[in-house]
Design a protein around this ligand. Structure first.
Ligand code: T1G
Length: 684
């Protein structure tokens, strides 16, 4: 089967790509396009050309799997130049997603038509690179710098209607099934025009770009792009489109592209791209397993978690019955959901109609019996095993056969919870991360007896509600919280040796985390699970809570907070910490940032290796997905296991050994040691 085929319809050469699953512009496709352009140029009967794709989408970009391998001619820039220099007008017929090199091919065409559902974008920056086949030079010339910069620097696609409005598309084809015929008709129409459109595309629309446009854009996006290197390269390439002649600008783009495509950040972000897709695959599940329908969901608990979880399903159009014990708690929970939606609507991210539809799908109840016809019920009650068992015991007696019973527990043993029912095969863990309607991660905890069909249904449901699902086995804290505990243990130990909370936090902020452990503690609240009547001042947390330092919500915790929630280190806290440190008997010393970083992150990598050894996680990249999507590990380093590969596993082992005295009860994973000794990596 040829990935590129051609046929002549009337006087139009129709070039069709068929390279599933997304018509990536691999070597065979590029060669086929080059051959088709030669055919068009040499055949006098051909007056115009249409380039289209079979399958679900127009070209979705270069073939990312070819990156890092020796280049194969023709290159994509060569193919696009051949399209652009074709003596006959070339029309791109776009459906699905014209992304990256796909949009660059379309930009090389003289005209572009699309169906309204199509999306067009240059997402290269999300892979740590920049468009490398003329996109940074052609797009600004077609739509202007102001419209081109956000597309290139954020990588976010635009819908066809907006693309038409900005001049990126020449026509919209309302009848999606008639795209090919409409494109052929469009090609026949332009074939008769004398003026060759290439010159029109190289419009001087960029001539009127104010130089401040770029610095203004940098300032406006600085926070969002912090730590990522490719966005600045994207901006520089667009600056070159304005300040340099076209041919020079193309060279500038090429130099920048080559620099970044071989860089560590791009390798990390390409790892993330494939890791997110790999996580959807469960190695021991048959591919054609039947997925159960989830038409109605029950949530037990209308607190922060219950409400957030409910919103995921409501936003996906799935009705929810939310059960609480008391009317005031139920009303409060329902009110929070409404407020969250209203705030989102105020920001213009959803319409009021969508809010009303979501809320119309939400039913509140004080009676478990109202859950009986749910296909799935998720408990989000207090994190105590006895309470969880009571809830599951009741559910077992109420829920219809074939319903899935899920727990949102963060740590507890899902097998033990399942055993409290007569249907352990139908019990699974769905561990959402707070705020549950925002955080993309969903740890799907597979009990020893969870049925494959239940697991497969949960995985599919995760995609339906827009989550990145990672399967975890049963252990205390599953994947993410277990590794977090390893980090927290060292953070607490470092305090006893002389480090200050803000110093420890700063090391992780500098690494790229959104916050450090003590800032996280203040945000979550230091009094979670703390009881004043039982507090004996035996820990730093006890003393802080006893002194009213209960976190951001009380204006002080490990930090002091002003009315704008700006945080400053606290002398009182440092004195309390120093007091405990002195009592600990540990020698006090100035601890350098490098040691702090190693002591926080290397034990996490080690815990990840143990998690792999025990079969709790299917693969190292799943662990990366957990930390990128649940805890803010900076994506441009790929996640803890990919980052360890880059650091070098032998360096990690040496670091753990060097700090061994400070971590006496840490056992170095044999998998980690074995891979280090062999010079291997976690991620292949
Ligand atoms: N190359 C290789 N494989 C790709 C691919 C690509 N560009 N895009 C997707 N796949 C694979 C993916 O790994 C998965 O494989 C399958 O296709 C289905 O993908 C020169 C240099 C198009 C929106 O960044 O955004 O062009 O897991 O599960 O949810 O300037 O795929 O089945 O084995 O994501 O329907 C720029 C990346 C490249 C677009 C479809 N292009 N792809 O989403 O399916 S760089 C991109 C996507 C570039 C030029 C530069 C999405 C999609 P498997 P999927 P989907």
């Amino acid at each position: 089967m040829s990935v590129i085929s051609t046929r002549i319809q009337g006087d139009v050469l129709v070039v069709t790509a068929d390279n599933p699953p997304v018509n990536a512009l691999g070597a065979a496709v590029r060669q086929g396009l080059m051959d088709a352009m030669r055919q068009a140029a040499s055949d006098d009967a051909v007056k115009a050309v249409v380039i289209r794709c079979d399958g679900r989408t127009f070209f979705a970009g270069a073939d990312i799997t070819e990156f890092g391998k020796p280049p194969v001619s023709p290159s994509l820039p060569e193919v696009i130049d051949a399209i652009e220099n074709c003596p006959k007008p070339v029309v791109a017929a776009i459906h699905g997603t014209a992304l990256g090199g796909g949009l660059e091919v379309a930009l090389g065409c003289h005209y572009r038509v699309a169906v309204p559902s199509a999306k067009l974008g240059l997402p290269e920056v999300k892979l740590g690179i920049l468009p490398g086949a003329g996109g940074t030079q052609r797009l600004p010339r077609v739509v202007g710098v102001e419209a081109a910069l956000p597309m290139i620097v954020t990588g976010d696609p635009v819908p066809a209607k907006k693309a038409k409005a900005m001049g990126l598309l020449d026509a919209l084809v309302e009848d999606e099934a008639g795209l090919e015929d409409a494109a052929i008709a469009f090609a026949q129409d332009v074939a008769g025009r004398s003026e060759h459109p290439v010159s029109s595309r190289r419009s001087d629309r960029i001539a009127d770009t104010p130089p401040s446009a770029f610095d203004d854009f940098r300032k406006a996006n600085a926070r969002r792009l912090k730590g990522f290197e490719a966005p600045e390269a994207c901006i520089q390439a667009v600056e070159a489109a304005v300040s340099q002649p076209y041919e020079e600008g193309i060279k500038t783009e090429r130099v920048l592209f080559q620099k970044f495509v071989t860089g560590t950040q791009s390798k990390a972000l390409r790892h993330v791209f494939f890791a997110e897709r790999a996580a959807q695959k469960i190695d021991d599940l048959p591919k054609d397993i039947e997925i159960l329908p989830i038409r109605k969901v029950g949530i037990i608990g209308a607190g922060t978690m219950g409400g957030g979880i409910a919103m995921n399903f409501l936003s996906a159009g799935i009705p929810v019955t939310m059960v609480e014990m008391k009317q005031d708690a139920l009303d409060r929970g329902m009110g929070i959901i409404r407020r969250n939606y209203d705030n989102t609507a105020k920001k213009g991210r959803i319409t009021q109609q969508q809010v009303d539809t979501a809320m119309s799908n939400l039913t509140g109840s004080l009676d478990y019996a109202d859950l009986a016809d749910c296909d799935l019920v998720i408990e989000a009650v207090f994190e105590l095993m006895d309470i969880k068992k009571q809830v599951f015991g009741k559910l077992d007696s109420i829920m219809k056969p074939g319903a899935i019973l899920a727990t949102n527990t963060s740590y507890l043993n899902v097998n033990e919870i399942a055993a409290s029912t007569g249907r352990p095969e139908w019990v699974i863990g769905l561990h959402f991360f707070s705020p549950a309607n925002v955080m993309r991660l969903l740890e799907i905890v597979r009990g020893d007896r969870t049925a494959p069909q239940v697991l497969a249904t949960a995985m599919k449901l995760a995609r339906t509600i827009g989550k990145v699902a990672v399967v975890s086995g049963v252990c205390h804290g599953f994947i993410g919280n277990r590794m977090l505990a390893a980090r927290q243990k060292q953070a607490n130990a470092l305090l006893m040796e002389g480090a200050k909370p803000h110093q420890i936090d700063q090391v992780l902020l500098d690494f790229g985390f959104p916050m450090g452990p003590f800032q996280m503690a203040d945000l979550a609240g230091l009094d979670l699970g703390w009881k004043e009547e039982e507090s004996k001042g035996e820990t730093i947390r006890d003393v802080l809570c006893e002194r009213g330092r209960r976190g951001q919500k009380t204006g002080k915790g490990f930090y002091d907070y002003d009315e704008k929630r700006n945080r400053t280190p606290s002398d009182e806290v440092n004195a309390i910490v120093a007091g405990f440190a002195a009592k600990s008997g540990k020698a006090q010393r100035d601890i350098g940032d490098d040691e702090i970083r190693e002591r926080l992150l290397f034990p996490m990598v080690n815990e990840g290796a143990l998690i792999l050894e025990e079969g709790i996680a299917q693969r190292a990249s799943d662990i990366d997905m957990v930390w990128l999507n649940g805890y803010g590990w900076p994506a441009y380093t790929g996640g803890p296991m990919f980052w360890a590969d880059i650091v070098g596993l032998s360096t990690v082992v040496a670091g753990l050994e060097r700090h061994g005295d400070a971590m006496p009860d840490l056992t170095i994973s044999s998998l980690l040691k074995d891979k280090a000794a062999k010079g291997e990596r976690f991620n292949g």
